[in-house]
Design a binder for this molecule. Structure first.
Ligand SMILES: Cc1cc2nc3c(=O)[nH]c(=O)nc-3n(C[C@H](O)[C@H](O)[C@H](O)COP(=O)(O)OP(=O)(O)OC[C@H]3O[C@@H](n4cnc5c(N)ncnc54)[C@H](O)[C@@H]3O)c2cc1C
Length: 405
């Protein structure tokens, strides 16, 4: 971890750097042709990069060992919530905010190319307290965020109930993150796959465990179950499996590891709950069709992706304690996914020591949120545009010795 002095100066540099990126984000430069690109992994990260690069004129192929957008990107809750998530690292929080701001234009472009609406909703996320200690913590947190200019509002009981009637009599207080929200990540996955196809991207499902081929200096392409495909650029977007992508030099392997998350869904009447609600030890995220997602555990148990009795018990216990009104609704689905975690909880975005081999992985709890900004940063890097922001997310940054979550 950074010591205090380094952290302070890093924060200053981060601010300048990310503001520069934000300006560029609003005024995209004229793009040169990006060449032939192979992407390993068709999650939201790989597909967003493919969509961005193809929009800029590159020839792109995406290879997935399984189905596109069926890994963590399918398992996630789709919350877009950089403030609620309490991200301690300033550079990561700013990157998340940048991506949140890019979301409306991103989903609009994906919908225009695919005809599929990903149901983006950025009309607030509520954090609810059911005892006075939690309420006091929330109020302090809201005050700190307000002092820094963030759009956070405290709600009294009447206002909170007006916002989400389901919160009920036991509610003691709540805060509202006014500009946060959610996207239906499964619909976004389908939309991105269709948008990529519409732009001529070849998305290959069941390609086997894709391996990278390189010479002394640079990448040459990828090996799949269907043989070798030459590519001038290879991007590792293999999520929790990114460290297992074979064929690259040891100093290009990112220290990414899986962190399991379990969730379940209840069938509610549509619009009974309209905004994501955080309660102690769980969050609830509504979908347009009436499903209510309840998540999520964070478990360090390797590549085990089973749904367990204990995992579901913990989530239901937290949700029903907060909202007993949920007791009578049917459970329609349980599932688990593997988040790509890193020792310092920051993603790896950018170049590696192997020429033309890039990483876009390790997005941990915020990969759905970070998809638009990751796509832009990687596409810029592939086109050879230097971006100072990438230094903060480079593979070569120093890492703490042990993972901590
Ligand atoms: C329960 C849960 C809740 C979450 N909630 C949120 C949330 O609310 N908001 C948010 O922003 N984020 C959330 N996340 C995190 C987010 O889902 C992930 O950070 C993000 O989806 C990672 O995307 P990805 O494309 O890197 O990985 P994935 O979606 O896992 O995609 C990686 C793909 O790579 C493929 N692959 C792996 N190895 C190879 C290989 N060698 N060859 C070919 N293909 C390969 C896999 O088959 C997979 O399809 C959540 C995650 C979980 C599990």
């Amino acid at each position: 971890m950074l010591d205090k002095v380094t952290a302070k100066s890093a924060m200053k540099t981060d601010t300048t750097e990310i503001i520069t990126s934000m300006k560029r984000f609003r005024e995209p430069p004229v793009r040169p042709h990006a060449g032939d690109v192979a992407i390993v992994g068709a999650g939201l990260i790989g597909l967003s990069i493919a969509f961005e690069l193809a929009s800029r004129g590159a020839t792109v192929r995406v290879y997935d060992a399984a189905e596109p957008a069926h890994g963590a990107s399918w398992a996630g809750a789709g919350m877009l919530a950089p403030l609620t998530e309490t991200i301690k690292d300033e550079s990561l929080r700013r990157l998340c905010e940048l991506s949140l701001r890019a979301y409306p234009a991103f989903t609009q472009a994906v919908t225009a190319a695919s005809g599929i609406d990903a149901h983006l909703r950025l009309d607030g996320l509520i954090y609810a307290a059911f005892d006075s200690a939690t309420r006091d913590d929330l109020l302090m947190r809201a005050e700190r965020l307000q002092q820094r200019g963030f759009p956070v509002r405290t709600l009294d009981h009447r206002e909170a109930i007006a916002f989400e009637p389901v919160l009920g009599k036991r509610l003691v207080g709540a805060i509202l993150m006014e500009e946060e929200g959610h996207v239906d990540n499964r619909r976004l996955g389908r939309a991105l796959s269709a948008a990529c196809s519409a732009l001529g991207v070849a998305v290959k499902a069941g390609a086997g465990h894709v391996r990278v081929k390189h010479d002394q200096r640079k990448v040459l392409g990828v090996w799949t179950d269907d043989g070798f495909f030459a590519a001038g650029v290879v991007i590792n977007a293999a999520g929790a499996w990114a460290a297992r992508v074979e064929g690259v030099p040891p100093d290009c392997v990112p220290p990414v590891f899986p962190m399991k998350g379990q969730m379940l869904a209840l069938a509610l009447p549509p619009a009974l709950i309209r905004h994501p609600i955080w309660v102690p030890d769980a969050y609830l995220v509504p979908r347009e069709d009436g499903r209510l997602l309840i998540g999520a555990t964070v478990e360090d148990c390797g590549f085990d992706s089973r749904v367990t009795a204990a995992g579901i018990h913990v989530l239901l216990d937290a949700a029903l304690k907060a909202l007993p009104v949920l007791n009578d609704f049917a459970i329609t689905e349980t599932w688990a996914g593997l988040r790509p975690a890193t020792p310092d909880l920051k993603p790896f975005i950018g170049a590696t020591p192997l020429e033309r081999y890039f990483l876009a992985t390790g997005h941990f709890r915020n990969g759905i949120l970070l998809a638009p900004v990751t796509a832009t940063l990687i596409a810029d890097a592939v086109e050879g545009q230097e971006d100072e922001t990438l230094r903060l997310f480079a593979l070569q940054r120093s890492q703490p010795e042990h993972a901590h979550v």
